[in-house]
Structure formats: C-alpha cells, structure tokens
Design a protein around this ligand. Structure first.
Ligand SMILES: [Zn+2]
Length: 242
C-alpha cells in the first residue's frame, strides 16, 4: 500500500506513525496488519494468477473483493452502522476538543462526551449534524461539527487510498453552503475537511486544517480512534463468519 500513495499529497510519515509509536496494543495492530482471512487472500491471489473460479468476494455483501482496503471502508452492509459509528467517534473526539477550547462545559474525557445538536457559548454556536437553513436551496447543508465566526468543518473517515479524493470532494460538496453562509450571516467562511483513512492514512493538508479549527487536536489521537474503530469492525466481521 505505501507504494501506491502519492507522497506529494499524502503525509506518509504521519500516516504510518501508529506502527512506530507503540500506543496501540499489539493485538489491535496485528488485527489490521495481518490479513483478516489469510485463506481468502490466498484465494484472491489464486484467482488473479490462475483465473480460478474461487470466491474472493466479500462474504457479507458479495459486491466487492475482499481486501482489507475495501472491507474496512466500502462494504454497503457495514456502512449502515459500523462505518457510521467509527465516523461519529472521530467527530465526537473533534467536537470535544472544540467545546473545551471555546469554553462549553463537557466531560473529563472525550469518549464520555455526547455532542449536543446545538451548543452555544458567547457569540459562538456549535452545530452537530444539524442542517443549516439557507434562503437558497443547498443540498449539502449539514456541515457537521461547528459554526462560529469563520469555521464550518466536517470530518470524514474513508478508504485508505481515497483520502486525497475525499478531501477534494468535501470541499466541493460544501462550497455552495459556504457561499450561502457568507452571504446570509456576513461571515468569512472556510471549509476544513478532516479526513482520516480507515487505517490512518492522512493527507498533507490535515495538519494545516486542524491548526485552523479551534482547540488542540492531536492527529495521533484522532488516528488512534479511527484505527480502533477499524479493528473493531474487522473483529466483528471475523466473529460473524466464524
Ligand atoms: Zn461487503
């Protein structure tokens, strides 16, 4: 996988830090690094090599090939709950740090924090998964975490090699909303995508984007949340099939 990443756009050093830093249990690391089902990798290899009619499709949806890349971010069966839960965990983490920074009362630990749909402190209003009502119709009107003087941010969790593409997509998707917000509220508005790959791949823009979002945000910590979510998904899939 590292060979397929574009060094100019992907922060390779940062993306693989979790393998060096040792803050993730060996058990979790091995769940992700080892093939979830070695027999199927062998099958996939055989099918590609010998053109055998061997089952290499996802056991859950039968739609995509069963590679870790696809299983951890592209399965429509897992998208309904498992990916959404992982996505929301990362957003909760981000939301918690923003709340802390702007003085909104919250819990001691981020993982016990439950984001409120709307929270306010002074002239700052934080929105969680709420539609922003605009005069002109905007289809992508739920920018996620926060609206304040100049920020609208949105967090994503995606297929490993797609992080760069996802980042561009988010910017495009919320562009109209951004223009509407500037127009309606007379504010400067920025779109700051926070995209973390299912196994921790991040873009070079991530650090810069996080520095602009209020609060202290650790890429290591956000990435750990993504990785724990992914290992949980892999374990669940393996248990289902056992
Ligand atoms: Zn699937």
């Amino acid at each position: 996988m590292p060979c397929n990443l574009d060094e100019k756009l992907v922060d390779i050093e940062q993306s693989y830090r979790w393998l060096k830093s040792g803050d993730i249990k060996g058990e979790t690391e091995s769940t992700i690094v080892a093939a979830p089902r070695p027999s199927n990798y062998y099958n996939l290899f055989q099918e590609k090599t010998w053109k055998d009619e061997i089952e290499s499709k996802c056991q859950l949806c039968k739609q995509h090939e069963e590679t870790i890349d696809r299983l951890t971010s592209e399965c429509p069966i897992l998208a309904k709950n498992e990916y959404l839960m992982r996505h929301d965990k990362i957003c909760t983490h981000l939301h918690y740090s923003i709340c802390k920074a702007i003085g909104i009362k919250t819990t001691d630990k981020w993982y016990t924090h439950i984001p409120k749909p709307v929270c306010e402190e002074g002239d700052v209003t934080g929105l969680w998964n709420q539609a922003v009502h605009t005069d002109r119709e905007v289809t992508a009107n739920r920018p996620g975490t926060k609206k304040e003087n100049m920020h609208t941010d949105r967090c994503g969790n995606t297929r490993n090699r797609n992080v760069v593409q996802k980042e561009a997509e988010k910017k495009l998707k919320y562009k109209r909303l951004c223009i509407e917000i500037q127009r309606m509220w007379n504010l400067k508005c920025s779109i700051l995508p926070v995209i973390i790959g299912a196994i921790g791949i991040v873009t070079r823009n991530l650090r810069k984007n996080l520095e602009t979002v209020p609060g202290k945000h650790s890429i290591d910590s956000l990435r750990k949340t993504a990785i724990l979510g992914t290992s949980h998904i892999i374990r669940k899939v393996l248990q289902c099939e056992a």
